[in-house]
Design a binder for this molecule. Structure first.
Ligand SMILES: [Zn+2]
Length: 299
């Protein structure tokens, strides 16, 4: 299928000690308690993080089977159709920024069930990914038939440089996004792209909602970027930011029907009776302009 070497974990000696965080991961400044309860803010660059003393083992446990089946993702599988819509829009941005995307190799960090890999695979030369969740990776391989491995990206030697690395809604979950972006720069060829989506705590909606902003939930969300702090970190790691947008989130009406009948109402028969009506193919976009999509080029 592919001539590239498989992704292999490196030896333990090469593993970065990601457990120790005693200064701002963006600028090295000192963290002070934030005015948002339970969060900390860098006194220098204003970057906001959660309490980072949580042990790595505890973080890994958060992303077991329950994570993808629990309240946070509710039913990721039921959302597959809506997710595909959003992924297609993100891909069209990548196609504009990298006209030769069809001949590119792409790697995804935090590939979950593999829906993005499935969407992008026919549009690139090669697509593969990694996720910390073994349950998600099993589904990605068995159901989506994508090239994905279970593991920690930081401990994984790709054995090659790739053209595009994507991290969809992933950086906020990582204890050390700085180390991830550093390794991303190492794993990309010069001129290669890293594409990231995450909440924007500097957005109007986040500022209005303050501590009630829906993206604030430590410890699964450990870091709260704004456009300036994201740019600052990317530039510090050898990237030039070439694209910033706040795309909306599209949903198929069918997934709302599923949510209201099968999931919330426990009336799957109603869902089955209605789901084939073409009306439910309609999609709509909600945009609170508080999720940023940032693409940066390796210098
Ligand atoms: Zn800072």
């Amino acid at each position: 299928m592919s001539d590239a070497p498989p992704v292999q974990p490196t030896s333990a000696s090469a593993v970065v000690d990601a457990d120790v965080v005693d200064a701002c991961i963006v600028c090295g400044g000192a963290y002070r308690p934030s005015k948002l309860p339970g969060l900390f803010q860098c006194e220098n660059c204003k970057f906001i993080s959660a309490d980072l003393s949580i042990p790595d083992e505890e973080l890994s446990r958060l992303y077991g089977e329950d994570y993808f089946h629990g309240s946070e993702y509710l039913d990721y599988v039921a959302e597959a159709d809506s997710l595909a819509l959003n992924f297609r829009r993100r891909i069209s941005v990548l196609e504009k920024l990298m006209p030769n995307l069809a001949s590119a190799e792409l790697f995804e960090i935090g590939c979950a069930y593999g829906y993005f890999l499935q969407e992008i695979a026919p549009k690139v030369r090669k697509a593969s990914g990694i996720d910390i969740s073994g349950d998600a990776i099993r589904r990605a391989i068995e159901d989506q038939r994508v090239d994905a491995v279970e593991g920690n990206y930081l401990d994984t030697d790709l054995g090659r440089q790739v053209d595009v690395i994507t991290m969809w809604d992933t950086v906020e979950h990582l204890k050390r996004p700085d180390l991830f972006l550093e390794k991303t720069a190492h794993d990309l060829r010069t001129g290669g792209l890293v594409a990231v989506t995450t909440g924007d705590i500097g957005s109007l909606n986040a500022r209005l909602q303050s501590k009630s902003w829906r993206m604030i939930h430590p410890p699964t969300h450990l870091h709260y970027f704004s456009v300036p702090t994201m740019k600052k970190l990317l530039e510090a790691k050898g990237f030039e930011v070439i694209y910033v947008a706040h795309p909306g989130n599209s949903r198929r009406l069918r997934s709302v029907l599923y949510f209201l009948t099968a999931l919330k109402g426990n009336k799957r028969n109603i869902y089955e009776a209605l789901k084939d009506y073409r009306l439910f193919n309609l999609n709509f976009t909600v945009n609170l302009f508080d999720i940023m999509y940032v693409v940066a080029r390796k210098r």
